[in-house]
Design a protein around this ligand. Structure first.
Ligand code: DNO
Length: 358
């Protein structure tokens, strides 16, 4: 297990590299250039500057997140080829600076989605990200974008880049009639185009699951269950076509058996990284994010880490979203304190599981 931490860059993160470095067991960051619009090439200069800073702090940057796929690629439009060429250029540029894994997703229009970014947890006064499907019905896509932007405390949120959201209405219209199979066809086309480049430069693509784990606003989604992952790995046989196993995204649907999913795709060599966090279900399609501890939520962290230890022990891990605790001022889900607690807890589980296995 290589323990890492998401870092948004000096200008956009409330957490410093020094703080990250001081978390026990931290080997590096999962990096992100939060100002890049989908379809833009990540230039060598930008990558060099970001990774240089990370390395100067004594941390590695072998994983990059959210190299977003342009909507035209997902929609399968003729203009996709130019965007795919840009994507290939970004892969090559990242590889030159030692990046080994790229996390991306194939969700139409929206990345992760919540209906409240700071729902107070009555038991202890902390707050966390929250989702209630019925609020979505009342709000509609444009309202949710406005509300999310307003609640983001001035931080840009990954997947909610303003340029993407600006054209929302038009984009939603263009998706009309798109089916899950159609989306999968576009996905296959994309993978077939980029896999040779990934193989040539030693970069593994890690697809992040849909969050929440079901279609929203009538848009198809194709990465949120065991069956979906079976289809995803079958889209391209290369081991460079892998999964970023996000326990909280998959775990939003209580029917997903996360340890079983880790075992299945870990054993196939198709899990290159994991985002680990816990969720608490409060009703059908209503959940909030809890602390990482198993007993605080509905996921069994011990079984998840054990499955990882048994099948994909070399994967990169990061504690995923945390609650906002101790009056921290930070990006929703991405403060320092609760994620650092999460990392310490995961390291503890790992040590116990590892020693018991010997
Ligand atoms: C949410 C994150 C996602 C993830 C992207 C990858 O907080 O886990 O934004 O990084 O889906 O493309």
């Amino acid at each position: 297990m290589k323990m890492t931490f998401r870092w948004f860059g000096q200008k956009s993160d409330s957490v410093s590299l020094k703080q990250i470095k001081q978390i026990p067991g931290m080997t590096g960051v999962m990096g992100f250039l939060d100002y890049k619009a989908a379809g833009e090439v990540w230039t060598e200069e930008e990558i060099r500057a970001y990774i240089g800073e990370v390395r100067a702090a004594g941390l590695e940057c072998e994983v990059i997140e959210s190299v977003n796929v342009h909507e035209d690629i997902k929609m399968g439009l003729p203009s996709r080829d130019a965007y795919i060429e840009s994507y290939k250029a970004t892969i090559r540029n990242l590889a030159k600076y030692g990046v080994k894994v790229i996390v991306y997703n194939f969700m139409p229009v929206f990345d992760w989605l919540r209906t409240d970014l700071a729902r107070v947890i009555p038991e202890d006064g902390s707050n966390s990200l929250y989702f209630d499907e019925k609020d979505l019905g009342d709000m509609g896509p444009l309202d949710i974008v406005r509300r999310t932007a307003e609640a983001s405390k001035g931080f840009s949120l990954p997947g909610w880049e303003p340029e993407r959201m600006a054209e929302l209405e038009t984009t939603l219209k263009r998706y009309e009639g798109m089916t899950a199979d159609g989306l999968r066809e576009s996905f296959k086309y994309f993978l077939e185009a980029i896999m040779p480049v990934c193989e040539e430069c030693g970069v593994v693509m890690a697809c992040h699951p849909d969050d929440p784990a079901w279609p929203i606003f009538g848009l198809p989604r194709v990465v949120h269950s065991m069956e979906d992952f079976e289809k995803l790995v079958a889209l391209h046989p290369s081991p460079n076509n892998s999964i970023c196993l996000c326990t909280g995204s998959l775990g939003s649907n209580p029917e997903n058996d996360i340890p079983a999913i880790v075992r299945r795709f870990g054993a196939m060599g198709r899990i290159s990284c994991l985002h680990i966090r816990n969720v608490k279900h409060l009703g059908p399609r209503v959940f909030r994010e809890s602390s990482h501890l198993s007993s605080d939520g509905d996921l069994d962290m011990y079984e998840i880490v054990k499955a990882m230890h048994d099948t994909c022990p070399g994967a990169y891990v990061r504690p995923d979203h945390g609650r906002t605790i101790w009056d921290e001022e930070g990006r929703p889900g991405y403060g320092l304190y609760d994620r650092a607690l999460g990392a310490a807890y995961l390291n503890g589980l790992w040590e116990a599981i590892d020693k018991a296995s010997k």
